[in-house]
Write a protein that binds this ligand. Structure first.
Ligand code: SF4
Ligand code: SF4
Length: 668
């Protein structure tokens, strides 16, 4: 026994020691990053651990891969008990976990889950080798098979151990409760007692060696996620997905200190962004959902994360060593050494990657941090985007038109323009730059006004005092310009004592609702479809005229995926008499972006297929005559896409469809 204990302690010391050594290095690498506050909202974090980690919610979005992963994951949780038993039995042959160790239910659960892990491995191999989904392009196949192989042999040796123990009468649980192991124990029946004893010894020690080897391999492999994914989910942002992490810019501090703007080197990423890199499973779900990747752009969110991770593991230890020794070290620029500049500009910030990612990696934060450095520190951006920034700086809107024309669209509509010192209305209608300056989007603003007036809502606009929310500047990476615009708008809204805002642009809606609170502006912000759905349900808006058309509703990313507003626009459309609706193949949280987000509206799409054309090809497959939208950017992009494809499909905002169905004013 002393020898056995000695051997076990040596093995444990080596395995745990090597694991701890590696874990310490990985932790120190994370500490290289910018600190980020992610400790609040504990109930939400705990809920996510339960639902996403234990319940595997995101993985079950696709049944077969979900089952595969859940079998292996849940199996591993249960098998923590078998590992404890094996460690105990290496010391004491009769060892069983106190209290529960000899119960039939535990034996059953262990038996079934061990089998489920093997089934899960079989499904994983089948998916990778037979189905071969495109999402695995670029993933490390060999390493994934090494991990699956290790798990497989851990399970085989576990069954060998329990079956051989049953064969010599050492079963922990009553054999009727462990049908698989009991059936396997018959394989040992023809053997002598000596051989059975040998197999108990053989399977016990190979099982333990494989588990300890697995522990060490994990820490040194690129499949670290088995350890880190639950931690990453815990520290994920609890705000709506469309909220960017704030970067406070103090120009005086910038001049006096060596402060980085955005991410120039790996150490400029935040600690959560660095933790993201350890959590990636290389599953490719983000890649297969990415509109940029799927239309031939060089951006794959998966490859971006993998490239950054490889760089962190390569460069990080050198940075640590240099800091310890005080030796000078030339920082390696992430762009272009690790990430191609085109990759960074291809992103529409649609959030499809983050929606799909089972371990809550925040790709958009990475991309925007890279953009922030390019734009603010190096003044590098696509040429057309320079025009956008100049327009925002000089005119306060992306169109570069004078502020004096901001409310021109409302002429003749009898819209109240809130003047300084006047009492605030119930709702401030935040028109947005598109609804104020773009000819096609102005018709949405007019429809919104018609509906608000018909419903008798007390509302007003602030006309020339409204400035761009700063969304395009922020998504493009110019955090300083965004900050300036946000502070200006917050001051204006504060002076006007605004408490409730209705916005028809999901980008304005997202920024006002989710990002302005960081700048002191907290309002009750609703999207126009939410307000209209309520007015319809309360009988204040009653559509009466038939709209005879087949309509497919396109979910805008900043309304749906980023803010979970899926029902309200559908409720409004369902209330329109005569209107028939059909869902696009990719809808709700899986909806394909129109291509305009992330300031892409103002950049040329030179590589691959245009995203709006891809979306219109999809839309035309439904046979719909009308594509319903709830965003002025989507309206413009899809209208362009329809023209590009030679389609006669009409693109209408939900408000425009609703206005058509209102009919004449009832007699006074
Ligand atoms: S946000 Fe959208 S475009 Fe950007 S990487 Fe993610 S999926 Fe691709
Ligand atoms: S980033 Fe997330 S979705 Fe993409 S490959 Fe990694 S784990 Fe999968």
């Amino acid at each position: 026994m002393v020898v056995r204990v000695g051997i076990l302690l040596v093995l444990l010391a080596v395995a745990v020691g090597l694991f701890a050594r590696r874990a310490r290095l990985l932790y120190r690498l994370i500490r290289l990053g910018r600190p980020v506050m992610r400790r609040g909202d504990m109930p939400r974090r705990i809920e996510r651990e339960v639902v996403e980690v234990l319940g595997q919610r995101k993985l079950f979005q696709r049944l077969l891969p979900g089952l595969m992963h859940a079998f292996i994951f849940w199996g591993f949780l249960v098998l923590l008990t078998t590992i404890a038993e094996a460690l105990g039995q290496a010391v004491e042959r009769d060892f069983a976990i106190p209290v529960i160790g000899r119960s039939g239910w535990l034996g059953s659960v262990q038996d079934v889950f061990a089998a489920m892990v093997i089934v899960g491995i079989g499904i994983a191999v089948w998916i990778r080798e037979v189905q071969r989904p495109e999402r695995f392009v670029g993933s490390h196949k060999l390493e994934a098979f090494r991990i699956l192989g290790l798990i497989f042999w851990i399970m085989i040796t576990l069954f060998g151990l329990t079956a051989s123990r049953i064969a010599i009468g050492l079963a922990e649980a009553p054999t009727a409760w462990t049908p698989i192991s009991t059936a396997l124990s018959h394989l040992f029946a023809p053997m002598s007692r000596g051989w059975r004893e040998f197999f108990v010894w053989f399977f016990l020690w190979t099982h333990l060696l494989l588990i300890l080897g697995f522990l060490m391999y994990l820490a040194y492999s690129k499949h670290l996620h088995i350890v880190t994914s639950a931690i990453n989910v815990f520290f994920a942002n609890t705000k709506p997905r469309g909220t960017l992490t704030r970067l406070r810019i103090d120009l005086e501090a910038l001049e006096s200190e060596d402060v980085s703007l955005g991410a120039a080197t790996i150490a400029d990423l935040s600690q959560k962004e660095l933790l993201d890199l350890y959590a990636c499973t290389e599953c490719g779900r983000c890649q297969s959902a990415c509109p940029a990747w799927n239309t031939g752009k060089p951006l794959s969110p998966k490859l971006l994360i993998m490239d950054l991770r490889d760089h962190l593991l390569d460069e990080g230890p050198k940075i640590l060593a240099a800091r310890e020794s005080g030796a000078p070290r030339e920082p390696v620029p992430l762009i272009p050494d690790v990430v191609d500049e085109e990759v960074v500009w291809a992103c529409t910030t649609c959030g499809a990657c983050m929606q799909e990612c089972p371990v809550d990696i925040e790709h958009i934060d990475h991309i925007v941090d890279l953009r922030r450095n390019l734009v603010m520190a190096e003044s590098r951006f696509p040429q057309e985007a320079g025009q956008l920034l100049r327009n925002l700086e000089n005119s306060g809107n992306p169109w570069g038109l004078p502020q004096s024309q901001r409310a021109a669209w409302a002429e003749g509509l009898e819209v109240r323009v809130l003047q300084a010192g006047e009492p605030a209305p119930e709702y401030l209608y935040w028109v947005g730059c598109a609804g104020s300056f773009d000819d096609r989007a102005k018709s949405i603003s007019r429809s919104v006004v018609a509906l608000l007036q018909r419903a008798g809502v007390d509302f007003a606009i602030i006309g020339e005092r409204e400035g761009c929310t700063g969304d395009p500047a922020r998504r493009m990476g110019n955090e300083y310009l965004f900050q300036t615009m946000a502070e200006q708008n917050v001051e204006t809204l504060g002076d006007a004592a605004v408490r409730k805002i209705v916005a028809n642009c999901p980008h304005c809606f997202n920024t006002l609702r989710n990002e302005y609170p960081d700048y002191g502006g907290s309002y009750e912000v609703v999207h126009h479809t939410e307000l209209f759905a309520r007015l319809v349900s309360e009988g204040q808006l009653t559509p009466t005229q038939e709209v005879n058309a087949l309509l497919a509703y396109h979910d805008p990313c900043y309304l749906g995926r980023h803010n979970d507003v899926y029902e309200a626009p559908r409720d409004v459309l369902d209330a329109v008499p005569g209107l028939r609706t059909v869902e696009l193949p990719r809808h709700r949280h899986r909806a394909l972006c129109c291509g305009a987000g992330g300031a892409r509206m103002w950049m040329e799409e030179r590589v691959g297929k245009r995203i709006n054309a891809e979306r219109m090809d999809e839309a035309s497959s439904t046979g719909a005559h009308v594509i319903g939208v709830a965003c002025p950017y989507c309206l413009v992009m899809l209208d362009d896409g329809a023209k590009d494809r030679g389609l006669r499909t009409e693109i209408l905002d939900v408000a425009q469809v609703m206005e058509r169905s209102l009919g004449p004013l009832p007699a006074p």
